[in-house]
Write a protein that binds this ligand. Structure first.
Ligand SMILES: Cc1cc2nc3c(=O)[nH]c(=O)nc-3n(C[C@H](O)[C@H](O)[C@H](O)COP(=O)(O)OP(=O)(O)OC[C@H]3O[C@@H](n4cnc5c(N)ncnc54)[C@H](O)[C@@H]3O)c2cc1C
Length: 292
């Protein structure tokens, strides 16, 4: 596998990136860490002949946590995110970053690239969906904010316009007594992509009932998926194994898994249920841990 001839351009500002994209149009792609794009070029999945490196855009760097929420610059690497001191339910993002790829890839791969490449088995989207995150998309005409749950339109396809830079990922602050978790199944521990994955968020009220919940699944449908039916049946109920089983039924119903070299569609659907229950159980234990 050889890298085809490509011209590399470096953008140090968002405006530079937009100008270069204007100039090279449909033949150009933004380049962040390159861990997806360079593989796509080598395998002819991408036909780009101009790469616009956005690695020098400082506005897309850094992690900040405050009263308004958590902001993750799109160029934050998976390794940086994994090492950040994330508070409360946000720490569940590290359930995903600690299992992704291997350290060498995590040092290059970016959070923005993990969303923008829109691979159905990507690890960040399900937990970001469960946490109610959105992305800011920058273009010369302004910034659009899109919930991560509405970002994906199909395998390797999103609502992002070709000239829009994914600038940041914004995760809202959750109320007290909340917990979150992401769990996945892969064929081995290191350098393996998810066969199926589930993420859960729960917020309990003072009586221990679920005020608010969200469940998202990955690797079992054409896009990562927020399962709204599961959230509906959890709201107002008390946590129990029976309730997790009902939510698991809802995610198994929503899943549209495929069979491939890693697993059959039947096995993936079964895993979806098991992982949903596991994520909900862990998210709820984390609420209890945080309040005990
Ligand atoms: C060996 C290996 C193992 C892997 N394992 C995993 C795994 O376990 N889990 C997982 O989720 N992923 C895995 N990946 C995939 C990959 O590492 C991640 O998806 C990574 O986060 C992509 O980020 P990047 O910065 O490298 O993106 P790039 O390759 O630079 O870009 C990917 C795509 O997104 C676009 N893009 C990137 N950033 C932006 C932006 N800010 N604005 C607009 N468009 C943008 C690019 O134009 C390109 O189309 C693996 C990859 C490899 C090679």
């Amino acid at each position: 596998m050889h890298l085809p001839n490509v011209q590399l351009h470096e953008a140090n500002t968002l405006e530079d990136a937009a100008d270069l994209m204007d100039r090279f149009g449909p033949h150009a792609e933004f380049l962040a860490g390159g861990t997806d794009l360079l593989v796509d070029l080598k395998t002819s999945r991408s036909a780009a002949d101009h790469l616009i490196s956005i690695a020098g855009i400082d506005q897309a760097r850094g992690i900040s946590q405050g009263a308004s929420g958590l902001t993750i610059g799109s160029l934050v690497t998976i390794a940086e995110l994994n090492e950040a001191d994330l508070h409360g339910p946000w720490a569940a993002i590290q359930d995903a970053t600690c299992v992704m790829a291997a350290p060498a890839i995590r040092n290059m791969a970016t959070a923005g690239g993990n969303l923008a490449s829109a691979v159905p088995c990507a690890d960040l989207p399900p937990i970001l969906m469960a946490l109610g995150a959105s992305v800011d998309l920058w273009s010369p005409s302004g910034v659009r904010t899109i919930p991560v749950a509405d970002f994906f339109t199909g395998p390797r396809s999103t609502v992002r316009e070709h000239n829009e830079v994914l600038l940041s990922i914004n995760v809202p602050k959750s109320g007290p007594r909340s917990g979150a978790a992401y769990v996945r199944f892969a064929l081995r521990e290191g350098n393996a992509i998810a066969v199926a994955a589930a993420a859960a968020f729960v917020q309990l009220n003072d009586s221990g009932q679920i005020d608010n919940a969200a469940v998202a699944i990955g690797a079992v449908a054409p896009t990562p998926l927020l399962v709204r039916d599961a959230a509906k049946l959890l709201a107002g109920e008390s946590p129990s194994e029976d309730l997790w089983a009902e939510a698991a039924e809802a995610t198994m119903k929503a899943a549209e898994p495929i069979s491939d070299i890693r697993a059959s569609a039947e096995f993936r659907r079964e895993l979806t249920g098991v992982l949903t229950a596991r994520a909900l159980r862990l998210a709820t234990e984390r609420v209890e841990d945080a309040t005990s």
